[in-house]
Design a protein around this ligand. Structure first.
Ligand code: AMP
Length: 200
């Protein structure tokens, strides 16, 4: 039987800690970290035509088109470094994107198994965390402005939250308490991942 390879998806609202936790998890399990938000911020920094196209959208806290982001991810997961699995951070964010994930093949040809980890953080803590991130001068994200952050939360509720129900229905979603120190949340996530992928 072919080996099950992990397709981990870190899921949750803005400010839930997806970026930090994804970085740690990828280091721990030697998986490539695929963050669609990072990919787009990189393009903006480079001043590429794609970057110019998406900058205003990110600045408003809205979502980039499904077609564009799906194309980016399809291309990224075909890289050789994704042969042993990968972690998606910030993708999928709509039902249309989630349906496309299911169709993504693994470059290695092995059986890929999806595990979605939903980080649960109460809404009042999210804005607090984002404004703290905003005050930290080492992090510069124009979309961390508090009005934009509120907009991103609304976009999450309207367009992204239904994705959790989609994965719950497929039996691929596990909830993890996202309240606590980075280390506490990390060990909860690791425990959850190991239950699904004991060989990792
Ligand atoms: P993030 O770093 O994941 O919070 O993403 C920052 C911004 O990039 C989002 O607010 C969106 O404007 C855009 N973005 C990132 N991932 C996606 C996605 N999967 N679909 C649409 N837009 C996205």
């Amino acid at each position: 039987m072919s080996k099950s390879l992990p397709r981990l998806i870190l899921f949750g609202p803005p400010g839930a800690g997806k970026g930090t936790q994804s970085n740690l998890l990828c280091e721990k399990f030697s998986l490539p970290h695929i963050s669609t938000g990072e990919m787009m911020r990189e393009e903006i920094k480079l001043g590429s035509s794609l970057g110019k196209k998406v900058k205003a959208i990110l600045d408003r806290g809205e979502l980039v088109s499904d077609d564009l982001v799906i194309e980016l991810v399809k291309h990224r997961v075909s890289n050789a470094d994704c042969k042993k699995g990968y972690l998606l951070d910030g993708f999928p964010r709509t039902l249309a994107q989630a349906e496309q994930v299911t169709l993504l093949k693994c470059a290695g040809g092995d059986h890929i198994v999806t595990l979605v980890i939903e980080l649960e953080v109460p809404e009042e803590m999210l804005l607090e965390r984002i404004s703290k991130r905003n005050a930290d001068s080492t992090v510069t994200r124009s979309d961390d402005d508090i009005a934009v952050a509120a907009k991103r939360l609304k976009v999450y509720t309207d367009q992204t939250a239904p994705v959790a129900a989609y994965y719950r229905g497929r039996g691929e979603l596990k909830e993890v308490d996202g309240v606590g120190s980075v280390e506490e949340v990390q060990s909860r996530i690791i425990e959850t991942v190991k239950k699904s992928f004991p060989g990792l």
